[in-house]
Write a protein that binds this ligand. Structure first.
Ligand SMILES: [Zn+2]
Length: 204
């Protein structure tokens, strides 16, 4: 298996990187998020160690959800006005990256979708309760929620460069029973399509 070791720039703790796609790691000892450079780590933002509230998931865990076998590589905690939720970064058995969103004991497995062109200004233009086009494939989406959000902290590995405090606004909708999300990151908008699962759907 691919493993690389780094030293945490804040506390000197040993950090392992197991996913070649990862661009950030968070220190398991002090919570410092860092960007991965060629041979070292560059600290990004303030250290923020996530409090564990007893999730069934954890970094390094292997399991199965529905038809998908996965290994957990990291987690990002997102804060919004009503609280927070966790996004677990997982690698699927077929090599694809995916996210398991955990919010108060309910789970959605999200896969990133390639889209030729995504709408712009969605946060301002998309009203909750309206039907909007998210992409050519997901065209009649019922907009179910949207919120201003930000990254609270991370642990493990993440596939992009983030730091605590970064905006993570989103617009979410429903299309044919699936959850369609536009993640509005500082430099890009990403389309995710997800499916709901219950805690009993996990094999751990
Ligand atoms: Zn550290």
């Amino acid at each position: 298996m691919f493993v690389r070791e780094f030293e945490c720039p804040s506390c000197g703790g040993r950090i392992e990187k197991r996913n070649v796609n990862s661009k950030s790691v968070a220190c398991p000892y002090c919570g410092q998020a860092s960007h991965i450079q060629a041979d070292s780590l560059e600290a990004a933002g303030e250290a923020h160690l996530l409090v564990d509230y007893g999730s069934i998931l954890s970094t390094g865990l292997r399991g199965q959800l529905g038809d998908y076998k996965f290994e957990v590589h990291g987690r990002m905690r997102i804060e919004y006005e009503d609280g927070f939720w966790d996004e677990w970064y997982v690698r699927l058995e077929d090599g694809r990256d995916a996210w398991i969103q955990e919010d108060d004991g309910s789970f959605v497995l999200f896969l990133q979708q390639e889209a030729e062109e995504l709408p712009t200004d969605v946060f301002e233009k998309f009203k909750v309760g309206s039907i909007r086009r998210f992409s050519s494939e997901y065209h009649d989406v019922f907009v179910s929620s949207k919120a201003k959000a930000k990254v609270l902290g991370a642990d493990g590995e993440l596939p992009f460069v983030i730091k605590p405090g970064d905006p993570a606004d989103f617009v979410e909708g429903i299309f044919k029973g699936k959850v369609i999300t536009l993640e509005l990151l500082p430099k890009e908008t990403i389309l995710f399509v997800g499916q709901h699962y219950e805690v009993d759907d996990f094999i751990l």
